[in-house]
Design a protein around this ligand. Structure first.
Ligand code: IMP
Length: 420
């Protein structure tokens, strides 16, 4: 096995950054394939906290080549500030260590502005406001600016002009806002492109030759299955496919399509940031407990995350939608000290009992059915919960995590057999 995908099995913030960092030690390449700077992957190494948004979590390992595939919406400004923060904390971010696809769609200041203007209306989704949706719309609408375009001024000017036609009308007539001047944005993007030029290349070719030569490649998902634009709780989703298929369209497809392992990451409970239905959401003291102990604040926006009980119908669904072969359960330590843990084993919908969600199920209409489960009292108690999840989901738990540090992790399953 030389390929591994790590996918969020909930609404994002499952602790994928930590698990990716942990397994990066065993990888040669770490690859982002979708999403953009809306991701907030938090890593704590020797007590030092690093939050990554666009840069793959492999960057903290000197031997790893980090790759940003063409399925990512790339914000050059955000990338340069992240690079600066990493370099200030002693992490090398050089073209030898990070390759960015020249075919990424670019997030421009217009996209960010449009995202924020829309969020100011009655149709709020609770986005990160970073321009993700508008940038993906332009890609699918066949008018995106690609990273390569940043490197040739004539092409950039042409692409930007094409891109701006409709936006100008939208900004001025629908939102009554002046559009940032074309020339200024052109010069800014051109300058950013020049600074990032050495990082752009053919990630697709690099990935294919790496996989063919047996290199250990880890695909790092951002957000989670329930935020997937097709599988998720639409319309309260992000604008990319966050599930397994995005690897094939946003990075590369291994021969025959099979990846060695698909590891889903789920929190020991459930959280959600942004609007939208959340069947097992809790209020009152249990919410306070999970929120405080779990430090549930968004890594990108700082917003308080909504908290809830573990939700098996959603986990079963995520497992199926993403073809998960095993699961990592994170933040188990947060449950220690809870008076009682409730596990949602099914939903009631009308007269029906549903043990698994499905695409388009209206989560605002289901009533969760709970069983009470003893909350773990200390580390040794995690095994009982692990067994319970394995039985309920019919899927192996390959990793447990009970704190942010690398040492607070137990691995039960081998993910890269070729060189271990
Ligand atoms: P967008 O991706 O900024 O368009 O936001 C759409 C929805 O996805 C909102 O509910 C966001 O809060 C959510 N979202 C986007 N990225 C993340 C993430 O990395 N973790 C958790 N939620 C996210």
């Amino acid at each position: 096995m030389s390929t591994l995908a790590i996918i969020g099995a909930q609404w994002g913030d499952e602790g994928k950054g930590k698990i990716t960092d942990f397994l990066s030690a065993q990888s040669d390449l770490v690859v982002r394939f979708q999403g953009g700077p809306n991701a907030g992957h938090t890593l704590v190494v020797e007590g030092k906290k690093t939050v990554l948004h666009l840069v793959p979590s492999g960057i903290l390992h000197g031997h790893v080549l980090s790759v940003i595939g063409h399925g990512v919406v790339f914000d050059p400004e955000s990338f340069l500030s992240e690079k600066k923060v990493l370099e200030e904390s002693g992490v090398e971010v050089s073209p030898q260590r990070l390759l960015i696809s020249g075919h990424c769609s670019v997030i421009t200041p217009y996209h960010r502005l449009l995202d924020q203007l829309r969020e100011g209306t009655g149709d709020k989704i609770g986005t990160t406001g970073l321009g993700i949706g508008p940038a993906y719309e332009d890609k699918v609408g066949r008018r995106a600016i690609r990273a390569w375009d940043l490197l040739e001024k004539k092409r950039l000017s042409w692409a930007l002009e094409k891109h701006l036609g409709e936006k100008k009308v939208l900004f001025e007539h629908l939102y009554g806002v002046d559009i940032p001047p074309f020339k200024e944005v052109l010069e800014k993007l051109w300058d950013l492109g020049q600074r990032i030029r050495p990082f752009f290349g053919d990630t697709f070719g690099q990935l294919h030759s790496s996989i063919t030569s047996g290199k250990r490649v880890l695909f790092e998902g951002a957000q989670g299955a329930l935020l997937d634009v097709d599988y998720g709780s639409y319309p309260f989703v992000t604008s990319s496919n966050t599930s397994l298929g995005a690897i094939y369209t946003g990075a590369c497809g291994p021969r025959g399509g099979a990846l060695g392992e698909v590891l889903g990451v789920a929190k020991a409970y459930t959280t959600r940031v942004g609007d939208g239905p959340f069947p097992t959401e809790v209020q009152g003291p249990a919410r306070e407990f999970l929120q405080q102990r779990g430090e549930e604040f968004g890594a990108t926006t700082g917003r308080q995350r909504r908290c809830g009980w573990p939700d098996l119908p959603l986990l079963r669904y995520a497992a199926r939608a993403c073809g998960l072969t095993s699961l990592a359960i994170t933040k188990l330590d947060v449950l220690v000290g809870l008076e009682e843990l409730k596990i949602c084993w099914a939903y009631k919908l009308g007269g029906e009992i549903l043990t698994e969600a499905y695409p388009g199920l209206d989560l605002s209409q289901v009533s969760p059915l709970y069983e009470n489960f003893p909350a773990p009292r200390k580390e040794d108690d995690f095994d009982e919960y692990k067994q319970r999840l394995q039985r309920a989901l019919g899927i192996e738990v390959g990793l447990l995590s009970w704190g942010p540090g690398r040492h607070e992790t137990q691995q039960f399953k081998t993910y890269f057999s070729s060189k271990d």
